[in-house]
Design a protein around this ligand. Structure first.
Ligand SMILES: C[S@@+](CC[C@H](N)C(=O)[O-])C[C@H]1O[C@@H](n2cnc3c(N)ncnc32)[C@H](O)[C@@H]1O
Length: 419
């Protein structure tokens, strides 16, 4: 868990003045994607630790900035302010009042309860279960510290608290991120059931796609997987994923002491590393013309339209991709949202036929949700003597439980031996 956890558990009155590094960061990650998100940040040289629901990490401003610039899988980053036990509202208010709020929040965000700072609360398995009451007590604790008129802008709000009450332990964190990190800024239009950008990036990473080999999404919809693939292949960080290559105004940039010059240098360095084009073909197809219009608009907004080859085609005819086989990473219709199981069963069978036939030399990964449709796909593969699919990742997309199934491409046949 946290390297400096004892600092948070015991005497909160002795907190150092903050926000000053090292920060105790909690990187929130979609469930099931923690190991992938950790690998991504470790590859970039950051020693994160996997914990339930995310990653913990003691980091300075550069680490906080790097997580926002480079993590394609994380949802948001929280900076721990306090952690203590409380089983009653009075105890909560007293201990929250012991926090040195003057060190964390500017005066105009501490006193004026008519314009309270946003506080998100979640209570689980605790005596304190009423989220509204917890929120009110935390706000009162902040208001006790100093009073003064509010001059803060209503939006964007750089100070937003998260209060987690779990097993009678209260964890108060400041949200460094603001808008969810999956909102990269390029998604202007959606198809029928878009995949979250973070999940698309996770699938690409879990698939083992080596960036310099062709990539195909035959159910491309509004293009999340292929756009994320192009961004990754061109080394475009997720925070620079719009055509302007300008980062969002993350709240932490307004915090006292945030080194703006460090952020500027990191952005400039990242821009310099961007490749002019993807090293291998990135192919997208879908049968639906309107989804492909959305894809084209989104790809333009991400500034990667020239990296994609897009065509309107049904999956069963999309096999004519030409060139070398590569990686298929895709997100077929699940059933629940786009149609009935019985209508989709033939589609999953025909996907199995494709994988056993024209796509037999392709590496394959796909998010599936419905066990019956998954069974239809598996049976078709086994009936045709093709290799099995393994579960690579289990997570949730928009509240739906999904599994990323995968199979590596079979090794090429051995050359005939000399007589
Ligand atoms: C779950 S959506 C994909 C969403 C996409 N990942 C995105 O982020 O927008 C599934 C897509 O499969 C397409 N589709 C359904 N049946 C198809 C078929 N037989 N051939 C090709 N595309 C098909 C739908 O038009 C839809 O865009």
């Amino acid at each position: 868990m946290f390297a400096h956890r004892s600092r948070f558990c015991t005497n909160i009155a002795s907190f150092p003045l903050m926000p000053k590094p090292p920060f105790e960061l909690f990187v929130v990650v979609p469930p099931g994607l923690e190991a992938l998100a950790a690998a991504e940040l470790r590859d970039a040289g950051h020693p994160v630790e996997v914990v339930r629901g995310g990653l913990s990490w003691s980091a300075g401003w550069e680490g906080l900035m790097a997580a926002h610039l480079h993590s394609r899988i994380a949802s948001r980053v929280l900076v721990r302010v306090a952690r203590f036990g409380a089983r009653a509202l009075g105890e909560l208010e007293r201990k929250a009042g012991d926090v040195d709020w003057a060190a964390w929040l500017p005066p105009e965000r501490r006193g004026d309860l008519s314009h309270p700072i946003p506080v998100e609360v979640s209570c689980r398995r605790s005596r304190l279960y009423h989220e509204g009451a917890v929120r009110e007590r935390v706000l009162r604790a902040i208001g006790w510290e100093t009073a003064g008129p509010s001059t803060a802008k209503a939006s964007p709000e750089p100070w937003r608290l998260h209060v987690r009450v779990h097993r009678d332990t209260i964890t108060i964190s400041l949200d460094a991120t603001g808008d969810h990190l999956h909102r990269r800024g390029y998604r202007r239009l959606t198809g029928s059931a878009p995949l979250r950008e973070t999940l698309a990036a996770a699938a690409l990473r879990a698939s083992g796609w080596p960036l310099d080999r062709p990539l195909l999404d035959p159910f491309a919809g509004s293009g999340t997987i292929v756009i994320e693939a192009a961004l990754i292949a061109r080394r475009i960080p997720p925070a620079l994923a719009t055509a302007s290559r300008r980062p969002p105004d993350f709240p932490f940039l307004e915090w006292e002491g945030a080194p703006a010059a460090t952020w500027t240098t990191m952005i400039e360095d990242a821009r310099e590393r961007i490749l002019p084009g993807a090293p291998a073909p990135i192919l997208a197809s879908d049968r639906d013309a309107r989804s492909l219009e959305a894809l084209a608009g989104n790809a333009r907004a991400a500034g990667v339209e020239d990296d994609l080859s897009v065509r309107q085609a049904s999956m069963s005819t999309a096999s004519n991709t030409g060139g070398d086989p590569g990686w298929i990473v895709t997100n077929p219709p699940y059933g629940g949202r786009l149609g009935e199981r019985s209508q989709l069963r033939p589609l999953y069978r025909s996907l199995g036929a494709q994988l056993a036939g024209p796509w037999s030399a392709w590496d394959f990964s796909a998010y599936v949700s419905d066990p019956v449709l998954e069974g239809a796909l598996r049976r078709e593969l086994s009936r045709r003597g093709a290799g099995p699919l393994d579960p690579l990742v289990k997570t949730r997309n928009g509240g739906i439980a999904v599994t990323l199934l995968g199979r590596p491409a079979p090794p090429p046949p051995a050359p005939p031996s000399d007589p």
